[in-house]
Design a protein around this ligand. Structure first.
Ligand SMILES: Cc1ncc(COP(=O)(O)O)c(C=O)c1O
Length: 349
């Protein structure tokens, strides 16, 4: 029934941090547990973030920490999660976790969810009676779409599953429940022998991958779907947009037809996990010359130099863990794509 390969593939995880931050305290990894009757397990009531911390010459540096925590707070607000945490507190907790982990690079996972009050249990869909719990874990994570993907690119398919509609599940919130849609897209792609699937929105326009935003290069112009195509406002996407602007590459938000994927000169994914990964074929049709294109390579190079602290970023993007303070937002802010008037804007103060 299932292709074995697709089921067993996973991202390399060489190390896991043995402590987890929980509601203001550090606890052992083995103590970070929830009750099986927790609201989140039954009704998907979680919101989370994924943040990379890079190994630089000045020690571990967290990429766009404030922007990620701001998106977490935005997701919490959308889902009416009335928690006590501030941006500063969650940034500080993430920094302290990386310090305690002793890892020079890692992936940081803050999660806020509806749990269970065992003394006053509540089992209905109504989330309000259930207490909130906030945790942050970290692990060392390899290349999300495979080691070779960064240079060679990945083979993808257009998914038969559509992305969420704006008035059903808001793609703008990074909620755990949204990832049931992502799982359908991902499983279908893997079982069909592809590395990833690209979902269309409910109108049939290109939306995003199961865990990545998408960019299309045509001539010397870079295009990406707007927020109105039911995408997550990706922080890597925003970084790519700003990098393009610095490199003098024209970048525009446009609704993109499926067929445009087949005739694009270059395509690539962006995401915290996937970083900047070229796409070399879609539905077995080669993209351009069937490998990483020159504009993708240029953007990718700048991105990796910035994350390694070897090239100045367009903003204050790196939080050096040893300096102990989250990089201040004296940058361009995190605009979730302010290129077009029809898109929402989120800024980090
Ligand atoms: C569905 C989806 N889209 C886009 C992205 C890329 O967002 P970011 O660059 O903020 O990681 C992710 C990853 O978080 C994702 O899960």
């Amino acid at each position: 029934m299932f292709a074995k390969d697709g089921k067993i593939k996973d991202v390399k995880t060489p190390r896991i941090c043995d402590v987890v931050w929980h509601d203001g305290e550090f606890i052992k990894w083995t103590d970070a547990r929830v009750h099986v009757m927790s609201h989140v397990l039954h009704y998907g009531s979680s919101i989370f973030e994924g943040i990379r911390c890079y190994n630089t010459k000045q020690g571990p540096a967290i990429f766009r920490l404030r922007e990620h925590i701001q998106r977490l707070l935005n997701s919490a607000k959308i889902y009416r999660m009335d928690h006590p945490w501030t941006l500063e507190q969650l940034c500080d907790a993430s920094i302290e976790l990386v310090k305690r982990s002793g890892m020079d690079q890692c992936y940081i996972r803050p999660i806020l969810f509806r749990s269970l009050d065992e003394e006053h249990p509540a089992f209905g869909v109504n989330p309000f009676p259930n207490p909130l719990a906030c945790y942050i874990g970290a692990w060392d994570w390899g290349k999300y779409l495979g080691d070779e993907a960064i240079e060679q690119g990945v083979d993808v398919q257009v998914s038969t599953w559509n992305r969420l509609t704006p008035n059903s599940m808001p793609a703008m919130a990074k909620s755990g429940a949204n990832y049931m849609n992502s799982q359908l897209i991902k499983m279908e792609a893997l079982l069909n022998g592809f590395a990833e699937g690209i979902a269309l929105d409910d109108r049939g326009y290109v939306s995003e991958g199961s865990g990545e935003n998408i960019f299309l290069v045509t001539g010397d112009i870079v295009l990406t779907p707007p927020l109105s195509s039911s995408i997550l406002p990706g922080i890597t996407r925003d970084s790519v947009i700003q990098i393009c602007q610095e490199l003098g590459i024209t970048v525009k938000e446009r609704t993109i037809q499926r067929a445009a994927l087949y005739v694009a000169d270059e395509l690539f994914f962006s995401g915290t996990a996937a970083e900047v990964t070229p796409i070399r074929s879609v539905d077995r049709i080669p993209v351009g010359a069937g490998g990483r294109g020159p504009i993708t390579a240029k953007i990718q190079k700048a991105f990796f130099e910035i994350t390694k602290g070897e090239r100045p970023a367009p903003g204050n993007w790196l939080t050096y863990v040893n300096s102990g303070k989250a990089a201040s937002a004296d940058n361009n802010g995190f605009s979730t794509a302010a290129l077009e008037a029809d898109t929402a804007v989120i800024t980090v103060k």
